[in-house]
Design a protein around this ligand. Sequence first.
Ligand code: ZN
Length: 609
Amino acid sequence: MAISENEIAQVRSATDIVALISETVALKRTGQRWTGLCPFHGEKTPSFSVNAEEGRYYCFGCRASGDQITWVRETQHLDFMDALRQLADRAGIELHEDANAGPERKERQEAMVAMDRAVAWYHERLLSSPDARPARDYLRSRGISGDVARQFHLGWAPDEWDGLAKSLNLNEKVLSATGLGFVNKRDRRQDALRARVIFPIFDPSGKAIAVGGRILPTSGNQEPRSDGRVEPKYKNSPETPIYSKRRTLYALNFAKDDIIKSGEIIVCEGYTDVIAFFTAGLPRAVATCGTALGEDHFRIMRNFAKRIVLAYDADSAGQSAAASVYQWERQHEVDVAVAKLPKGTDPAELAQRDPAALRLAIEQAVPFLRFRLDRVLEGANLTTAEGRARAAEAAMDVLAEHPSELVRDQYIQDLVGRLGLDQNMLRARVRDLAKSPREHGVREIPNEPAPRRPAKSPMPRPGLEALRLIVHGPVAMKERFIAPYFLNEVQRDIFEALSTNQRANDLIDEFERRGEEEEALVLSELVVEELDRSFDVTAVVAQLIRAAVRAERKNLNRDMLEGRISPELAGAMDRDVEERVQLLETDQGGAAENDLRKWLLERASLTSS
Ligand SMILES: [Zn+2]
């Protein structure tokens, strides 16, 4: 498929790379660049760097690097064209592809537009339609005011067969691409959701991608249908080309800012719980959408916050697959805590009755393992020896699931205190249990390997300094340097490329095309780095010259031994050069620098001819 270089460049320059990456990674401004935790490898201190001007990112840890298109490709596992199309859509640029190209893209685009219109239509119905009164009453009874309904774009799907499909004139293709409806057996369009309160689901950038619908507690559609089935309380969009449940967190678009600010993300079970947290003054809650909390959710969350608080109702919190939670904690370097809500309450109820208690529960959330152990012990009868033994057995099963012996050990000491049992015995039992992992469903998942890139090879520092000056310094800076100053081949390649006055970005592309990966990576790194304003170009030049001269004197010696130059000439030249190198220290008017520069250029032309 042919797309002109011109259009590709247009898409790149229309895409603010900082805004793009900020959708999934918390970036902080430090000087000229933006830094954050690398999404491509696990890390605790940020080594991921973005240069807004050049439109490039680079990780000093795993060397992940690229531009806007690479970013979309690598984070969403798309091919070049799909990534380009997505960015073009975002920027409102029309790509001139072959007429029959990209039907999926067109379908996606149509689906996004239809979803956006549907959300607005549902919302309008909720706010102003007389038939939405019961919905408004229900929301108000749950503490959701008109303002909050507006903030979350809540809606109302009327009790009609095809209200939405007809009003927006959605065709069969769009209905199925969005999951908003279908064509029934009588060949008529039918809405997927009717007589339900609508909770629109957005992607992190705030684009509507799906809807969830809740029936009203009093509505007639809780009655068994003609086929005997009862309508489920919640009904969500199915998986569609624009919506993947396991990669979506409800309200992340609204919660993002506070999550980054607080370093904490609250995960609850439903839309109304999320909204309750917002109204209780904790606008950093999200929910999974009709699926259990999974690996992909962790991958998304850990880019925003390191502390994850599960705020499920008291009964379901302990049920999360413990073994997986511990693995994800380790793998993504996050801490999972559990908020202890009073028995029989969910966040939505608590927020309405006692918002302070809800905030306190989040503040006092305990580590996941602590929570599970407490539950075992709370349910046990510790007044008899048999009761204590049973509690110990159950507690040890829970403990053994944790992969770290260090962590287990801390809890064992606590158990010893609470159960009055022998420490060594407990420790030995837990160790045995932990060793037979299959029983407990613990499976070692190795840390996800970072995308494979060549390891950094050591680079002479003055050469890198010089290239950094050339990339970031004033244009005239380039003049001070010549290719023979760069003894390292990769550095010389980069210098020569930069001498063509092309944009660094284009040069990186060019290196990649030629398979010169190291050059591409080193230049990527340089581009996102910052120039130390106190740089001393003369000192850098002098260092380079000294090293270059040292190397060249060896060549001179070799030439003499091989008879290409007379010993007299070689000797004179050597003394002369040596003298000038000494002068570099106190180079008046740059005469020594200039002479040595000439000499190195001459020598270079000799060896190349
Ligand atoms: Zn990295």
